[in-house]
Design a protein around this ligand. Structure first.
Ligand SMILES: Nc1ncnc2c1ncn2[C@@H]1O[C@H](COP(=O)(O)OP(=O)(O)OP(=O)(O)O)[C@@H](O)[C@H]1O
Ligand SMILES: Cc1ncsc1CCO
Ligand SMILES: [Mg+2]
Length: 265
């Protein structure tokens, strides 16, 4: 398994897939840089007049509702429709699910357009599955393992892969559950680490049609790179810089030796 994930990391650098991102104002720059450092080719585009064209030339798409508004939501729906029609994999990041009725309404419209992967923190995954939860905003108030039942429900309802991120990352499909114990607590002090996780997930969906393994590769890469970057950092500021460097320079040995992965069939 670990070797298969490493092969995907090399393949991403070799193929450099175009990843169409509709994401939030907060994280656009970090996300594009993380994709570039990992080997993918990002484009951020949300104009209604061009999203359908852009989506149709991409190898994968990520739709992140972090700073949604009525105009952007129309762009997201147009994009997801084209992705669905053209069988281009798309990843949903349900930022702040459960926080407002508007977010919940938009998310139900997006879910109807069949994302291949949903990646959110525990609160977001619980909110998506139950439509009834209290949450703080964009940060989770629950642990990953508290969202497993909700994630399994989403897998069934939408026939997709679900990733619950946090101190532990859990990736779930119909048959398998993978748990990753990597990363570092400093990652909670930098905005958009989850958004980066979703963008990297789309990147790996652009190089393999096994979206469960693609998601696992993305979460493993970000987690291991995060733990290595944290060792070199004094705080959240320098962490961001070191993370990009590690995504760019990480070696097979560093990846394999540090990866904490458990599979449950
Ligand atoms: N306490 C922690 N310990 C170790 N790693 C962590 C911790 N919290 C987050 N991470 C790492 O950060 C990644 C992103 O996780 P998180 O669940 O915080 O995203 P998020 O809440 O969606 O963030 P955002 O909305 O700011 O993008 C995880 O996949 C994990 O690698
Ligand atoms: C802080 C914040 N607010 C809306 S999106 C976002 C980035 C992390 O999800
Ligand atoms: Mg998030």
């Amino acid at each position: 398994m670990k070797e298969q994930l490493w092969k995907n990391i090399l393949l991403l650098k070799e193929k450099s897939p175009l990843i169409h991102n509709i994401t939030n104002y907060v994280v656009m720059n970090n996300t594009a840089n993380a994709l570039l450092a990992s080997g993918a080719s990002p484009v951020m585009a949300h104009a209604q007049a061009e999203v359908e064209n852009m989506c149709s030339i991409a190898q994968a798409v990520v739709i992140n509702i972090g700073t949604l508004d009525e105009y952007w939501v129309e762009s997201m729906l147009k994009t997801a429709r084209v992705a669905q029609q053209n069988k281009i994999p798309w990843v949903l990041d349900p930022v702040g699910a459960g926080a407002t009725t508007y977010r919940n309404k938009v998310l139900s419209e997006l879910l109807a357009l069949s994302p291949q992967v949903i990646r959110g923190n525990a609160s977001e995954i619980i909110a998506l599955a139950t439509q009834n939860t209290s949450t703080k905003g964009v940060d989770s108030t629950a642990e990953s393992n508290q969202a497993i039942a909700a994630a399994k429900q989403l897998v069934k309802m939408y026939a997709c892969t679900v990733c619950i991120s946090g101190a532990t990352d859990i990736i779930i499909n119909e048959s398998t559950q993978i748990q990753l114990d990597n990363g570092d607590p400093i990652m909670e002090k930098v905005t958009g680490m989850g958004c980066t996780a979703s963008a990297l997930t789309a990147a790996f969906c652009g190089i393999t049609s096994n979206y469960f393994i693609a998601t696992t590769t993305a979460m493993a890469l970000l987690g291991v790179a995060g733990s290595l970057a944290a060792k070199k950092s004094q705080g959240p500021g320098s962490f961001q810089v070191h993370l990009l460097d590690v995504l760019y320079t990480i070696t097979e040995k560093e990846f394999i030796n540090n990866l904490q992965l458990t599979t449950y069939e």
